[in-house]
Design a protein around this ligand. Structure first.
Ligand SMILES: [Zn+2]
Length: 98
């Protein structure tokens, strides 16, 4: 591959350019970052919601009264959001800061 800043030939896995000092940074898109936070929030909320699962089997109520469909949908949504966020990761080259 070539350095997009100066055109210097680089190895495919190069993270910086020896000629112009540009560095490659990996980042998510702004939407990806936002969705990532959303996914983390849902995951956290569901972790709290799922906490009773640790004790419910030992109570008289059992886990049959647990809202499984809601819980599973939430887990799927959180996983989907986090997956989408991860899929927006891309690398860009930035010029050396003087
Ligand atoms: Zn360069």
């Amino acid at each position: 591959m070539q350095c997009p800043i100066c055109g210097n030939e680089l190895s495919p896995d190069a993270v910086n350019c020896e000629k112009c000092g540009a560095t490659r940074v990996t980042q998510r898109t702004p939407v990806g970052v936002l969705v990532g936070w959303l996914g983390m929030t849902v995951a956290l909320l569901w972790a709290i919601l799922g906490a009773p699962l640790l004790i419910l089997p030992f109570t008289e109520r059992g886990i049959s009264g647990f809202p499984w469909p809601v819980f599973i949908v939430g887990v799927v949504i959180a996983a989907g959001l986090l997956w989408y966020s991860k899929s927006t990761v891309h690398s860009i080259w930035v010029r050396k800061e003087d």
